[in-house]
Design a protein around this ligand. Structure first.
Ligand SMILES: [Zn+2]
Length: 48
């Protein structure tokens, strides 16, 4: 039931992200984190 609820949140775009990798940058853009959803495995990037 909880798992199903989690999948529903993913479908709505509310992923349970955790940081996989952080790319350090001293430029204007700042650091970029590679994040992955624990539930569905969706991977994206986030600017810190
Ligand atoms: Zn997800």
């Amino acid at each position: 039931m909880l798992k199903l609820f989690g999948r529903l949140l993913c479908i709505l775009g509310l992923h349970d992200f955790h940081v996989v990798e952080v790319t350090f940058s001293f430029g204007v853009g700042g650091n970029v984190s590679k994040i992955e959803c624990r539930r569905c495995g969706y991977v994206t990037t986030r600017h810190e």
